[in-house]
Design a binder for this molecule. Structure first.
Ligand SMILES: CC(C)(COP(=O)(O)OP(=O)(O)OC[C@H]1O[C@@H](n2cnc3c(N)ncnc32)[C@H](O)[C@@H]1OP(=O)(O)O)[C@@H](O)C(=O)NCCC(=O)NCCS
Length: 168
């Protein structure tokens, strides 16, 4: 029997508080993002109105993680390229939620006409690199000193996965 890790569905406006709280877990770890303050629920709701996809994972009726795609660039030729974000609640990590979410996000992005997803990952973030690899992403290279977090330079490794017709 296959045990379902978590149910995945599109995010709704009433998920905004849970999404912000889980984002806060990731921000607190200082290993996921240059962002240092979680957004207000209202800002998350505005984000949900943009082009996604934006998915959440639910277990026992509780939101345990989320994954979203944002546009990589305004340049028309890059309209099919998206950048992913992936956050799992601290208490739910290591149980396959991240992998389930990122895999579903790739499928949803492909259905939405995206031809590539990229991710920017701190090289120290072994969990995120492992999840990306498990979901078919390849490491393209590392930007050195790509930004300051708490006054310290951080490198950023770029991962990418081709989707749809770009897979050739
Ligand atoms: C990164 C994150 C999303 C991973 O989600 P998760 O639910 O813990 O990951 P999973 O349990 O689905 O693990 C998926 C794979 O990664 C591996 N992995 C997970 N955590 C790992 C770790 N700390 N070190 C090495 N490998 C790890 C697992 O072994 C698994 O590999 P497998 O499928 O081949 O067995 C989660 O740790 C998180 O939210 N971290 C904080 C926010 C963050 O860093 N987001 C990413 C920003 S780029």
């Amino acid at each position: 029997m296959t045990v379902q890790v978590a149910a995945v569905r599109p995010a709704r406006p009433d998920d905004a508080e849970a999404i912000a709280a889980i984002y806060g877990d990731g921000i607190d770890g200082r290993n996921a993002t240059f962002v240092t303050t979680p957004p207000a629920a209202e800002n998350v709701r505005a984000w949900l109105r943009q082009r996604g996809p934006f998915l959440i994972a639910e277990r026992d009726g509780r939101v345990v993680g989320w994954a979203a795609v944002t546009d990589y660039s305004d340049v028309p030729a890059y309209r099919g390229v998206g950048e992913f974000a992936l956050y799992v609640a601290a208490a739910a990590r290591g149980g396959g939620v991240g992998r389930t979410l990122l895999s579903a996000l790739c499928d949803a992005a492909e259905r939405d006409g995206r031809f590539k997803l990229i991710g920017k990952i701190f090289p120290e973030n072994r969990a995120s690199l492992a999840v990306a690899r498990a979901c078919g992403f390849e490491e393209v290279g590392t930007h050195r000193r790509h930004g300051l977090l708490d006054g310290r330079w951080r490198d950023v490794t770029i991962v990418e996965r081709l989707l749809g017709e770009a897979r050739g």
